[in-house]
Design a protein. Structure first.
Length: 218
C-alpha cells in the first residue's frame, strides 16, 4: 500500500511510491574492466559480495532527497535470489560502508514523454564522485542514466552509469551498473519499507495535490 501525504507537493507526486525508508540486502560485484590493458579478460577475477542496503527518500521543498547506503558484510553467508528480504537482512552483519550517496531529484514535464515524467538528479558520494543523471519515471518504475561525472584525484573515474528501480509486491527492487575507467561495479537488491517518510512542512499555496491529474491523466 502506498501512503500519500495530504500535503505532498505536486512536483514530486509521481514518485510517491519511493517515499520513506527502505532496508534490504543485495549482491554486488566489482570486476576489473576488460578494457584494462593489465587484465587478461579470460581470467578476470570477479569479486562477488553480499551487502546490506538502505534507501531513504524524503520530500525537500519541490524535490526528492534520496540517500542510498551500501554496507559490506561478513564472509561465509550463503543466500540466493529466493531468500526473503528479512531472512537475508537477519543473516548479514554490517562491517563497513561500501559507499553512500545523497541525490536530489527534480521532476520536469517533457513534451516528448507525455505518458511519464522526466527526472534530473544531482548526486554526491563518499567515494569522491559527483554526478548528474537524467531519466524517466512511469508508474512505479524509474530509470536513470549518467549524464556527467567528476571526481577527486583519489577516486575512480566514472564513465557510465545506470540505475533502475521498480516496485513489486510492496517491495522495492533495484539494479545498478557503474563503469569506471578500469573496473565495473554492479549492484542488485530487494528492499522492504521500514518507515514512512518524515512529515512534510505544510505548503502555503493551497492543496498540494491539486492538479495531480496532469501527471496521471485522471
Amino acid at each position: 500500500m502506498i501512503n500519500i501525504p495530504d500535503n505532498l507537493p505536486l512536483a514530486v507526486a509521481p514518485l510517491t511510491f519511493l517515499l520513506g525508508t527502505w532496508q534490504g540486502w543485495g549482491v554486488f560485484t566489482d570486476t576489473p574492466s576488460e578494457t584494462n590493458e593489465n587484465v587478461n579478460s579470460a581470467n578476470v577475477p570477479v569479486n562477488v559480495s553480499h551487502c546490506l542496503l538502505e534507501y531513504d527518500a524524503q520530500v525537500i521543498d519541490d524535490c526528492l532527497r534520496v540517500t542510498r547506503t551500501v554496507w559490506n558484510t561478513q564472509d561465509g553467508v550463503t543466500l540466493d535470489n529466493e531468500t526473503p528480504v528479512w531472512e537475508g537482512v537477519n543473516a548479514l552483519r554490517r562491517t563497513s560502508i561500501a559507499w553512500q550517496s545523497t541525490a536530489y531529484w527534480t521532476i520536469i514535464k517533457h513534451p516528448n514523454y507525455p505518458d511519464g515524467v522526466v527526472i534530473q538528479a544531482f548526486a554526491t558520494a563518499n567515494t569522491g564522485n559527483v554526478t548528474l543523471w537524467n531519466g524517466t519515471a512511469k508508474g512505479p518504475r524509474v530509470q536513470l542514466t549518467l549524464d556527467t561525472s567528476a571526481a577527486v584525484a583519489s577516486a575512480r573515474t566514472l564513465e557510465y552509469g545506470q540505475q533502475m528501480l521498480g516496485m513489486a509486491e510492496s517491495d522495492l527492487f533495484l539494479v545498478e551498473t557503474l563503469q569506471f575507467t578500469d573496473s565495473e561495479l554492479t549492484l542488485s537488491g530487494r528492499l522492504t519499507k521500514v518507515a514512512e517518510a518524515d512529515p512534510i512542512e505544510l505548503l502555503s499555496d493551497g492543496p498540494a495535490l491539486a492538479g495531480y491529474a496532469e501527471f496521471t491523466g485522471e
